[in-house]
Each structure stands twice: as C-alpha cells, then as structure tokens.
Design a protein around this ligand. Structure first.
Ligand SMILES: O=C(O)c1ccccc1NCC(=O)[C@H](O)[C@H](O)COP(=O)(O)O
Length: 260
C-alpha cells in the first residue's frame, strides 16, 4: 500500500477495519454481466451510462437510509441506471454482502461490489459482476487484478491522480475509475477527473466517480471523456430533500437529452 500519512481519520479507521476483516470461504466463480455491453445498450437508448450506488451512509453523509437495498436498486434501474454499485463495507457505510446478494438477485444489470479490499481472500466474500480495487490501498495491484479476473470479476481500478493511473495501467487495468474525492482529505473536486482523463488510453473504459450531483456535472464529466459515471449521494439523497430514487436517477441518466 502507498503512504497512509495524512489520511483523514475516517479513512484511516476504514483501512484499519478493512485490514482485519476476514475473507470468504470457498473461492467464488462468477458468470459476470458485462459492463461494456450495458454501457453500449445505454448509449444506444440515448441514456447517460450511470452506475447508481446503494450507499446507506458514509463518513461524509448527513444521515443513514435503511431502505431495502433490492427496492432501492430496482428504483435506480427504473430511472435508467446502467449498473448498480453496492457498498459492502459494514462499519462506516452500512453495507453488507447480503445486501449485494439481494440486489444482484433483484436486477439484471451488472452489480459492482464497492469495498476496501486489501487481500485476495476478501475477493471470495460474495459474487458480483464488478469489483472495486483502490490503487492507493492495494500492495500488489497486478496480482489482485489477476486474482479478480481468475474468479470472473471485472476489476474496476480506482485512481485519484496520474501516478496512480500509471500503476493501474501497469497492473493491466482496462476499467478505471477516477475518484474526484480525495481519500486523504475527503474533499471533492470534479477537476480531478478532468486532469487525469487526458492521460487515459482510448481502449480503457473510464468512469468518473464521486461528487456528481447535477445534470451540469454529468455533462462536464462526459465532455472530459467519461464513458460512465458512478453516483451515490445525489441519488441516495441523505437528507437533502428529494427522496424519489427513480427521479433522482432519471435526472442524471437523461442529463444530455434536455429531458430533466
Ligand atoms: O463517500 C464518502 O464519504 C467516503 C468517505 C471515505 C472513503 C470513501 C468514501 N466514498 C466511497 C465512494 O467511492 C463513493 O461512495 C462513490 O464514489 C460515490 O460518491 P458520491 O456520489 O459522492 O456519493
């Protein structure tokens, strides 16, 4: 893992818990739903490809939503979501492997397991179509990318700057997320994606992550080269007023059609 100096206390706590969390039992083998096919279908239908996140809470959220995860995911798909991301981290995000299982049973779009995976055994906790690996927090990224693929997962490697992008490409990643949230300070800046995206090869599927809350943000990230967007808080709406998950999702998936 790269330097842990200057991490926000919440992130240091997340990592400490992640390091201790046990892995699964039997090695999983996934027959994955393809994200790139799902993105193509969304584009063909005139929708912005949005990976909508089931995110009950977080260190930066104002509250907690304890809605049924499967019902949330169904509402997101009704709003045009191309894929669903499910937080499985229990201690800081209110997630669970069981939530992911329920979501994957309820919808037919690809499902991303969003967690802080530190070692190979943690890959075997639950089946998912996509699996997040955070470049900053993984010691041997190339080995973990390979281990994820051996199980059938599509690994999504998350980076925050150009140096991490370089590591992701060297590790063989072909699906890369640029996180606009700086995990050291928990500040969000959409300029992060704009800065890193210019260095990403054309054959990489590129996802803009975090801090995307309005149709204008969607257009900004698309203009900077995002093939898809990962959105949690703006859809989950942790206490900001609007509670209609389908409407929140549709507002973003239709951001380029003017039908907002
Ligand atoms: O969301 C947080 O508060 C957070 C804090 C510490 C580490 C990670 C965190 N978020 C994880 C994520 O990757 C986001 O849930 C995801 O990118 C969606 O972001 P947003 O649309 O801003 O909710």
């Amino acid at each position: 893992m790269n330097s842990e100096t200057e991490l926000a206390p919440a992130v240091a706590s997340i990592l400490e818990a992640a390091r201790e969390r046990p892995g699964g039992g039997d090695r999983v083998s996934v027959d994955a739903r393809s994200l790139s096919d799902a993105i193509d279908r969304a584009e063909a239908a005139g929708r912005v490809p949005v990976v909508a996140e089931v995110k009950p809470t977080s260190p930066t959220a104002e509250g907690t939503r304890d809605d049924d995860p499967a019902a949330l995911a169904e509402a997101m798909v009704e709003g045009g979501a191309t894929a669903i991301s499910v937080l499985t981290e229990p201690d800081h995000f209110g997630g669970s492997a069981e939530s992911l299982r329920q979501v994957r049973d309820a919808v037919d779009v690809p499902v991303l397991r969003k967690d802080f995976i530190m070692h190979e055994a943690q890959l075997d906790v639950v089946e998912a179509d996509l699996l997040l690996l955070i470049a900053r927090f993984v010691d041997d990224l190339e080995a973990l990318v390979a281990a994820a693929r051996e199980r059938g997962f599509q690994p999504l490697v998350e980076v925050h700057d150009r140096a991490e992008l370089e590591s992701a490409l060297e590790a063989g990643a072909d699906l890369i997320g640029v996180n606009n949230r700086d995990l050291a300070r928990l500040e969000v800046d959409l300029g992060t994606f704009e800065s890193v995206a210019t260095e990403v090869p054309d054959d990489v599927t590129l996802i803009a992550e975090s801090g995307i809350s309005s149709p204008e943000d969607v257009r900004r990230m698309r203009e900077a080269g995002a093939n898809a967007l990962l959105v949690g808080s703006a859809i989950m709406d942790h206490g900001t007023g609007e509670t209609d998950i389908t409407a929140n999702t549709r507002r973003l998936t239709q951001a380029t059609t003017g039908d907002e």
